[in-house]
Every structure is written in structure tokens, then in C-alpha cells.
Design a protein around this ligand. Structure first.
Ligand SMILES: Nc1ncnc2c1ncn2[C@@H]1O[C@H](COP(=O)(O)OP(=O)(O)O)[C@@H](O)[C@H]1O
Ligand SMILES: [Mg+2]
Length: 366
């Protein structure tokens, strides 16, 4: 039998790829597990769709060769506000590969989908789409708010807004993640500030008290993945402690990684820490189920979970193409390796489940 063929869809310009270090590891893991794995971009697929120009490591660089149509494609094309990304979106809609993972919509759409599922309610911060009326009504209910661009990543464009005795305190991260702060006394000026700030639609989210470490934002990053039997499993989690006076805990924004148990035990004690962890696990399995029901098959999800100062868990964000570097930073090399193997094992599982399907349908289409 020929080796199963797995394509990884990503951004490419010449031999420059997004995430080259991760892809080298992924391809190596794929080979060790008996598959043929290569990278490709939308421009690498022949018009008939039967052949693909694929890339594999070649020393420190990459070499291209022609591969057969992949049995399964793992979509790892991450959002960028560029023309290339728009081409990718069209490509994904129109070509008939069998994908291991579906696309997720923006932060607001995801919130709406989760909100419709009663089982998710206890973990969802209140949220509304930004406009003047909604901001006023959210301010009337919450002293702390977060405003976030619908397609933002890495903490970019996020505004933390707090109502204080002196006025509205703003702490924001611009497109380059630089910190910006302001104090505004009255609502009309506040609305003008936000209208100038925003570059796309924004979601307003109830702000959570995440300062489990004084003056820091702390949150949990949990990785839930499909395994080689097609079932969801939690691979691991870590806490991210944000930089001092930072509104976000993203690692790129100056945050640092700490083991979950260490941080939760020191704050809540042994037993309560365990209850919180169990709650986070339930949150993760339920989120994966609800997301899949609506958006279709997924391969993995990175969940940003806030644990507030009372120990309550909240779902902040669902990342469909998450990183796994946190496990390396935590000094957990086995978990890190497992996080790389699992997507391949799941892709191989899919191929075993439906051998040949895709080739038949591609011939039927010719
Ligand atoms: N509602 C909130 N309350 C408190 N902190 C928040 C809230 N929303 C976001 N944050 C902080 O900002 C970070 C980035 O927000 P997130 O929604 O994950 O956007 P991004 O896509 O930029 O990662 C979170 O990891 C968290 O530290
Ligand atoms: Mg996030």
C-alpha cells in the first residue's frame, strides 16, 4: 500500500513560509509515523487538482517537488490582512480537498454560536458588537470592558477600558503591539477616541479580573486536540502571566509561561485548584463539541481561558490554528512533541477511515 499523503496548507512566498520551525518538526513527525507530508500554498495546486507542488526541508532550506493529490489537508493558513489571505479564502471555498479542519469565523460569530448553546453559558463573558449604544449599555453594567478587533490576533488592537473615579482609563495595544494609554472624563470624548482607534469592527466583552498575580493579567492557554482514534483529548495547558501594567497576557506582549498547578495552588490552595482545573477541562470538551457541531470538523483548538480572582473560569477566545510553543517554554518537551504528533495521527486516522474517497470524487469532477 502506498504511504498516506498529507498536505499542510500555508502561506508561502518563494521559499519563505509562515512558521518554518514548526513545519520542519511536523514533517519529521509525519515521516516517523509513516506518512508523506509536505507544505503547499494555494498557488501550488494544478488546475485539475490532481498534482500539487509541495515543499519539504532540504538542509537549512526547502526543496520543491511534485506530489500526488493529498489524501488529507491540514489547513494551517493563518489570518493576515493581505490580498494573499483573500485568495486563500477563495481557494478554500472552491477546491475539493478533504480537510482535517474547517475554518472558524471571527470573534463575534464564534461568540454567537457558543451563546446559542445553553451548556456554554456559565463560561461566556457577556459580549456585544461595538457601537455607541452598546458601549453605553455595557458600561452601565460592567466597570471593566475589553474591546477587541473581530479578526485581531496576538493582542493587537485590544483596548482595556475601566471606569474609575477620575474618568475612563484606557490601556491599549496598537497594530505593532505598542502600549497606548489615556484618561478620558466624559463618554462623548471616549466614543470619539474609540472611533478613531478602531480599524475594523470590534467586539465589546465584559472585562474579567484576571490579576491572580498582583498588577498582572494572567490567563490559561489550553490545547485540545483530536487523537489517532478521532477523539478529542486535552494535550496540556499552561498559564501566561502578562508583563507589568499590560492589558493582555499574550506571550508576544511580554508575558511569561508558568505551570497551571503551581499558579492555581499558590492562589487558591490544593483542592480549589483541582476543581478549577476540572471545570476548565469540561469547558474545553464542551467548546470543542459545540464548535464542531456548527463549523464542521476541527483538528485542534487553543483556548484562552480566564480564571478570575474568585476562581471562576471564563472562555476568552477560541483559536483554531493555535501555537504550542508554551509547552517548550514550560520545559515540557514530551507534551510539546505530543502536541506535534497528534495532528498527524488524526490526519492518518481520517485517511484510514475513508481511503480513496477523495480521489474518486476528484475524478468524477473531471
Ligand atoms: N474580557 C477580558 N477580560 C480580561 N482580559 C481579557 C479579556 N479579553 C482579553 N483579555 C486579555 O487579552 C488577551 C488577548 O485577548 P484575545 O481575546 O485572546 O485576543 P487575541 O486574538 O489578540 O489573542 C487575553 O489573552 C487576555 O489576557
Ligand atoms: Mg488570544
Amino acid at each position: 500500500m502506498r504511504r498516506p499523503v498529507i498536505g499542510i496548507l500555508t502561506w508561502r512566498e518563494g521559499k519563505r513560509f509562515a512558521e518554518p520551525a514548526y513545519f520542519r518538526r511536523l514533517i519529521r513527525a509525519g515521516r516517523a509515523l509513516g506518512g508523506t507530508v509536505f507544505l503547499f500554498a494555494p498557488q501550488d495546486v494544478s488546475p485539475s487538482g490532481r498534482q500539487v507542488r509541495g515543499f519539504v526541508p532540504d538542509g537549512r532550506s526547502w526543496k520543491a517537488r511534485v506530489f500526488p493529490r493529498p489524501d488529507v489537508v491540514i489547513d494551517r493558513y493563518r489570518y493576515k490582512p493581505t490580498a494573499a489571505f483573500r485568495q486563500y479564502v477563495t481557494f478554500r471555498r472552491t477546491n475539493g480537498f478533504r480537510y482535517a479542519n474547517s475554518r472558524l469565523a471571527n470573534k463575534w460569530k464564534v461568540h454567537e454560536v457558543l451563546r446559542r448553546d445553553e451548556r456554554m453559558h456559565r463560561w461566556l463573558p457577556e459580549a456585544m458588537l461595538y457601537n455607541h449604544k452598546h458601549l453605553r449599555s455595557m458600561l452601565a453594567r460592567h466597570r471593566l470592558l475589553y474591546l477587541k478587533p473581530l479578526n485581531g490576533t496576538g493582542g493587537r488592537g485590544i483596548v482595556r477600558l475601566e471606569k474609575t473615579a477620575e474618568g475612563y482609563r484606557l490601556l491599549a495595544r496598537n497594530k505593532d503591539r505598542a502600549k497606548v494609554s489615556a484618561l478620558i472624563r466624559r463618554i462623548p470624548a471616549l466614543l470619539r477616541w474609540i472611533d478613531r482607534w478602531k480599524t475594523e469592527k470590534m467586539i465589546i466583552q465584559q472585562g474579567l479580573r484576571l490579576d491572580l498575580v498582583p498588577k498582572r493579567s494572567v490567563d490559561m492557554r489550553l490545547l485540545i486536540q483530536k487523537d489517532g482514534n478521532g477523539r478529542w483529548s486535552i494535550t496540556g495547558a499552561g498559564m501566561r502571566v502578562g508583563g507589568e501594567k499590560s492589558a493582555t497576557a499574550n506571550l508576544h506582549g511580554g508575558g511569561k509561561a508558568v505551570p497551571v498547578e503551581t499558579l492555581l495552588r499558590s492562589r487558591f490552595g490544593e483542592q480549589r485548584a483541582q476543581e478549577i482545573i476540572t471545570d476548565c477541562e469540561q469547558l474545553a470538551y464542551q467548546t470543542a463539541e459545540t464548535i464542531e457541531q456548527h463549523f464542521g470538523r476541527m483538528i485542534e483548538l487553543g483556548l484562552d481561558i480566564g480564571i478570575d480572582v474568585d476562581g471562576r473560569a471564563w472562555l476568552i477566545e477560541v483559536n483554531p490554528k493555535p501555537g504550542r510553543e508554551i509547552f517548550r517554554e514550560l520545559g515540557m518537551p514530551q507534551v510539546y512533541r505530543e502536541a506535534i504528533r497528534k495532528p498527524i495521527q488524526y490526519a492518518l486516522y481520517l485517511i484510514r477511515q475513508h481511503p480513496g474517497d477523495e480521489r474518486q470524487s476528484s475524478q468524477a469532477a473531471l
